[in-house]
Design a protein around this ligand. Sequence first.
Ligand SMILES: Nc1ncnc2c1ncn2[C@@H]1O[C@H](COP(=O)(O)OP(=O)(O)OP(=O)(O)O)[C@@H](O)[C@H]1O
Ligand SMILES: [Mg+2]
Length: 444
Amino acid sequence: MSQQPQAIDFEKIRNASDGSISGMMSVGFKEVVMNNPYFAAGGGLMLLGTGLALARSGIVKSSGFLYRQMLVDLEIPSKDKSYLWFLEWMSKHKYRTSRHLSVETNVITHDNGAITTKFSLVPGPGKHLLRYKGAFILVNRERSGKLLDMTSGTPFETVTLTTLYRDRNLFNDLLYEAKNMALKAREGKTVIFTSWGPEWRPFGQPRSKRLLGSVILDKGIAESVVEDVKDFLTSGEWYHKRGIPYRRGYLLYGPPGSGKTSFIQALAGELDYNICILNISENTLTDDRLNHLMNHIPNRSILLLEDVDAAFNKREQSTEQGYTSGVTFSGLLNALDGVASAEECITFMTTNHPERLDPALMRPGRVDFKVLIGNATEYQVKRMFLRFYENEEELCEEFLKKYRKLNLHNVSTAQLQGLFVYNKRDPKAAIDMVETLRDPNTVF
Ligand SMILES: Nc1ncnc2c1ncn2[C@@H]1O[C@H](COP(=O)(O)OP(=O)(O)OP(=O)(O)O)[C@@H](O)[C@H]1O
Ligand SMILES: [Mg+2]
């Protein structure tokens, strides 16, 4: 029987060494490690493992390096304006693959009062791939689980676009395309912004522009305001050279229903501007918030402060009922003065009671142009009649005759509109009903 291969060869050990213990150990070790198949395999595996680990970290490092060298990221936070534009653009973009969608429901109220609902499927949180002008772009929409936007209660989000370094210029094209697409949807419309916490948010859907010709003011009034605003808008250089803040305040005062608000809306349409409405008697509005809002008005917008007399009576902030406005009178004045924007700032204020306004609010710089929008004059009655009943010159004369006879003075244009709308297709019936204009509260 041959000797067992695993057995230790003591003879060999003795020959190879001087017989001491250390010699015995080294030979014993070699014998165990080299000749033992289990140990040999383990060593091989270890080497392989180390090699692989090294290779892996090498790949990770070099891919990180390549990533940094060859790819570019663009981050769009949800706070940014282009965020919604981008999502909207992406939902309409043909060449994309998304498996995560989220829905955005738009309820559209049409001019005739009908309501339709439109669902747009926008890219939801997750990864999406799209192809734009031949380049691949990876889109990652991420939601921050922890951070909440305190004003709206929605989580903060970011969209990160990644593409090859050489295609980085496409980001610019893409954002412009998204912006133009969003603005096109608003073309011919006026967007009304209202304050929402410390920021401005569109209020409802953009509205169709109101034509300037549809608001009939007394002779020359509309023209003079429009001319003044247009002149102001082209004088930026003049203001800057003289170091005067580039802003202009307008006050439209007069009885209710004389067309003040309607005129401002039509003017915004004419100038292609939006309207930011601020209600200063809202009791959650504070001086700080007012200041912040006034300094962050969206571009090309008119700031509209309705019923400015309602918030303050003789600088007092509270009424008999108690607290009315969170804004102090001096807070309002400071906010009006402090608007520090390079862009133009057009402020419109309206009131039914100009006599209640503090002179400090009316001084030049705060209010530069005051105009009375009064009750209907004969000129307005005639033009309104002819606007509702085109080419009915004779009937218009008849209507005016009766109107004069009744010696009506305090008829608002809103009342006239009410009468004409009630008798939409029947000017004769409108003539028969002229008496109803005597009472401003007639309900047809
Ligand atoms: N001068 C006008 N020309 C055409 N329509 C008018 C005119 N004045 C009022 N109207 C109509 O009357 C309604 C009320 O007008 P608007 O809200 O503009 O009045 P206002 O002056 O702002 O009133 P208030 O002082 O109560 O706010 C609108 O539907 C508007 O179309
Ligand atoms: Mg009004």
